[in-house]
Design a protein around this ligand. Structure first.
Ligand code: B12
Length: 246
């Protein structure tokens, strides 16, 4: 059983890591344990799952080649289409196994997200999810404060793209790795949540820790450009409707 999981993980990593994606395994039990039932993933507790992140290299290694080779559907976001394309290839490569893929942008009929990306990143050990309750002396009063994940190598320069769930694979032995609490002090945690909530457009929350690599000027320019102009920026035609900045 352990070998089967290790082998599976190696196969998926082989497909995704060279494209600027990161993969972190977890058990459904860990995710469901911190959420109310309305958000539970409907699988047994030992079910094996992976959270897929894109790191700064994804833009050059996966996205730009994808744009050159594919016919884009204009109504969908090109980065989402690129991620969808590569995860569909993973599915094809695993034709012998059932895999359910959930994307960060998918909503349920009740308008809740299909999965909570930040909770998945935290419980898998990929990136610490800093929330208002991590701060003792809360300065925000009545304001609504959204939480944010920080990756130990890439700070805020990454995105949480998808979950891969293997309904037929049980991983009772999987050991949970706790995420690195890299934003150490109370003051830095407050600064992080302030920046993410009130100044997210200036990118500064992403640099709350020293990072190994961040988005290139070109990648930042792409995400900062209104959707209708984005393809032109990369020398391609056409306008876009969905505006992601991940
Ligand atoms: C809806 C949404 C928004 C909405 C609302 C935000 C929100 N957090 O509710 C809006 C439009 C405002 C928004 C904005 C942004 N967003 Co947004 N958004 C989402 C989305 C699709 C769903 C989030 C959601 O609805 N959460 C529901 C709430 C209830 O969840 P929650 O607050 O985490 O509460 C749960 C936890 O606290 C948990 N819990 C309880 N106890 C414990 C204990 C532990 C240990 C843990 C782990 C969990 C846990 O239980 C709660 C539920 O009951 C996610 C992608 C996804 N699928 O998750 C991206 C996402 C959160 N957004 C993201 C980003 C980057 C942004 C923006 C910067 C940029 C942009 N272009 O949109 C802005 C910044 C915020 C701002 N200042 O406005 C990133 C964050 C990445 C990161 N590093 O954390 C995400 C993950 C998308 C991604 N693909 O990477 N967003």
């Amino acid at each position: 059983m352990e070998n089967r999981v290790a082998h599976l993980e190696k196969r998926i990593r082989g497909n995704l890591e060279r494209l600027g994606f990161e993969l972190h395994s977890f058990k459904v039990e860990w995710y469901n344990a911190v959420l109310p039932s309305a958000f539970h993933l409907p699988y047994s507790e030992n079910t094996l799952a992976f959270v897929v992140l894109s790191i700064p290299a994804m833009f050059d290694k996966a996205f730009k080649p994808f744009l050159k080779n594919q016919l884009l559907e204009k109504i969908h976001d090109p980065v989402d289409q690129c991620v969808f394309h590569h995860l569909s290839l993973v599915r094809e490569n695993l034709a012998d196994l059932r895999v359910n893929i959930m994307y960060d942008y998918e909503m349920l009929p009740n308008r809740k997200p299909r999965f909570l990306a930040q909770t998945a990143a935290h419980v898998s050990g990929a990136a610490y999810y800093y929330q208002r309750k991590d701060v003792q002396q809360d300065p925000w009063g009545e304001k609504k404060i959204y939480g944010v994940c920080i990756h130990p190598c890439y700070g805020g320069w990454f995105a949480i793209r998808a979950l891969l769930i293997f309904p037929d694979v049980e991983a009772p032995f999987l050991q949970q790795n706790l995420p690195v609490d890299c934003v150490r002090t109370e003051g830095e945690k407050i600064e992080l949540l302030d920046k993410f909530n009130f100044h997210w457009q200036d990118w500064s929350y992403r640099d709350i820790i020293e990072v190994k690599e961040k988005y290139s000027e070109e990648q930042k320019m792409y995400f900062a450009t209104p959707p209708a102009e984005r393809l032109k920026l990369l020398g391609l035609q056409g306008g876009l409707k969905r505006n992601t900045m991940y």
